[in-house]
Each structure stands twice: as C-alpha cells, then as structure tokens.
Design a protein around this ligand. Structure first.
Ligand SMILES: [Zn+2]
Length: 343
C-alpha cells in the first residue's frame, strides 16, 4: 500500500547529494520485482524490467532527494553555521528542530534567532538570511561541537509525519517521497502483470539542484518515453489564487501537466486513460520548462517524449508539507494503467 511505503521512506533522510540511505532502500524494495538493479556514478538507482516485446524504453522517474542544509562553519562557542541545499525559505527556519548527519550518527539541534523582545524595531519584519541564524547543539565549546559535527555535514528537518483530516498527511520531504512511493507501488503492482515495454524505474538524485541526476540517468537509458512523478503547488488555501498557476487542490486527484516540456500525445494518452478508468485527475498548464526531472530529460540525445504526473502539495519545501493520500493513489492507478497500455 502506498501509505505504508510512504511512511517507511519518509523516515529516511535524503539530502540532495547524499541520498544513499534512501536509494539503497529503493533498490532493496524493487529488486524482487525487476530483472536488474544498478547504481550509476552519480548515485541514481535504475531498476530495469524487461518487457514482452515492443522494445520501447519507458523511463519512470521520481527524485529521491530532499531540500536540506549543510554545515559551513563552527564558531568559537560551538554554534553551527550553515547554508541551504536547494530552495529553502530561510524565513521559516528560525526555531526549527533539525538533525545534523555526521558519519552514520545524527545530532539534534535547534535553529536560533534572537527573540522579538531583543530585536530592534527595524528588524521586526525583516527577512532572515542563513548568515544571521545558527544551530544550537547545546554544547559549551567549539571543541565539544567538533566532536559531534564537521564542515560539510548535511542537516535535515527533524520531524515526524502525522495525519490531518481527510487523509491529508503532514511531513517534510513529501516532495518527492510521495512521488517515489507512487513509483514503488506501481513497480510492485506490475510485478505479475504483462507489460510490452521495457521499463526503467529510476530513483534520481540531486533534482533539487537542477535535475542533475535525472539527466545522467536519461543519458545512459536513452528512453523513448520518460514520465516523472513529482509534486506541484496546490492553490487551495488562503493567499494564493488559481489565476497564476491553475486551480489545483488537494484530494481532487493526480495532476496531468501540459506545456512545451510535455509531449502532447503523451498527455492526451494519460487523460484518456484517466477518463476511461474513472481516475480523478486535474489539468495543469506549465507554459515554460517545468522545475522537474523531465526538463533536462526532454533534451537528451535526439530528444525524449516526456510527461509529468504531479501530486498536489501545500507548503512545498517546508518541514510541514501537506499532501493527500488519495492523490497519490490516483497517480499510482494512472501510471500503472499507462505502463500496461501500448504507446
Ligand atoms: Zn520535487
């Protein structure tokens, strides 16, 4: 079940550039369902499943990495300074609980900032840059801190998933562990099904730094078709509106994207399957390159037919993203049916 797979992988930190714990989990999970699992130089895990005949290569990709932070400097009092890895809204960082990953161990810390009482009036509404924040480990000295962490260690939010009403789950890194869970469930469902195409399930790395892993994976796979499963912004809460990016809501189904980064016939096949199978879906137009793995994949070799399935998400890249399990299930249904159809 998607819920079980998702909860399992949400517990595994996977900062961009150091995704091994999660990609190993993915490799172990899919190994019994495919013919071959490989890890490439940059760290992508590629699970290959031979088809029954068409010889077409279909790449399904979900990114394993999550936005994070990295230790840059430890000051004389043992406070840890850091930079963000990927698009992190630094204004939400103060007072967050984080964990620093150091050679197989983790140490907890809290991101500090001076409280309102001690701020100058001019600071009340200011933006906080990472240089003005620090991580407090509770240590007494630089020497003590250096026994626990070092420059270059990754930092992730320390949160536990939980559920709101209506099957809405709260967690960090639902972008893109919700997409990864969908892909893993599809690999599991297809295990005993007859599929014509050769399918490559790819857990990609470094998507948050510009889809760097997916580009490398596509260069070696040379797919005919590539579909990414990722998240997209829902706009069903105060202060955002559909005029800008479309009317996307939690709980209304998987999002099928159209636009120049998408092959139109693939998008049409996906919506046709969804309509015929009564799968809830929403349409989104992205009138430029998407911020997903299919952006570089579309341009690999002589070009690749690409499509994007997205899970609607509130509060993207925060420690408390919100997504709906039912949208993941409709994404899984649609992707499974697509893999079993002929293209
Ligand atoms: Zn993503």
């Amino acid at each position: 079940m998607i819920k079980d797979i998702l909860l399992d992988i949400l517990a595994i930190p996977s900062p961009s550039g150091n995704e091994q714990l999660l990609t190993k989990k993915f490799a172990d999970f899919v190994a019994p369902m495919v013919d071959r699992v490989t890890v490439d130089t940059i760290g992508n895990v590629i699970a290959y499943r031979k088809g029954n005949g068409s010889g077409k290569r279909v790449m399904i990709v979900a990114h394993a990495d999550e936005v994070a932070m990295m230790v840059t400097y430890i000051d004389d009092n043992g406070f840890v300074h850091f930079q963000e890895v990927g698009a992190v809204d630094t204004n939400i960082l103060p007072e967050q609980i984080v964990e620093i990953h150091h050679v197989g161990k983790t140490v907890a810390g809290v991101i500090g900032k001076k409280p309102l009482h001690l701020q100058e009036k001019s600071e009340y509404a200011k933006d906080w840059a990472t240089e003005e924040l620090w991580i407090d480990l509770g240590v007494k000295s630089k020497a003590e801190a250096e026994k626990l962490v070092e420059v270059g260690d990754y930092i992730t939010y320390k949160t536990q998933p939980f559920f709101l009403q209506s099957n809405n789950i709260v967690s960090k890194s639902l972008d893109d562990k919700s997409g990864l869970a969908v892909m893993m469930e599809v690999a599991q469902c297809l295990k005993d099904e007859s599929v014509d195409d050769d399918i490559y399930f790819v857990a990609s790395v470094q998507e948050e730094l510009g889809a760097r892993g997916a580009q490398v994976a596509a260069q070696s796979i040379k797919p005919d078709i590539a579909i990414a499963v990722d998240t997209t912004h829902a706009v069903d809460y105060p202060s955002v509106s559909p005029e800008r990016i479309g009317d996307i809501s939690l709980g209304k189904g998987v999002v099928v994207t159209k636009g120049p980064n998408i092959d139109l016939s693939l998008a049409q096949q996906l919506t046709k399957i969804a309509r015929e199978s009564d799968i809830n879906f929403q349409l989104q137009a992205i009138s430029h390159q998407t911020g997903s793995d299919i952006n570089p994949i579309q341009l690999v070799e002589a070009g690749v037919k690409t499509a994007l399935l997205s899970i609607p998400l509130r509060y993207m890249h925060s420690p408390n993203e919100v997504a709906c399990l039912e949208d993941m299930m409709s994404a899984g249904e649609l992707l499974k049916k697509f893999c079993m159809s002929s293209h």
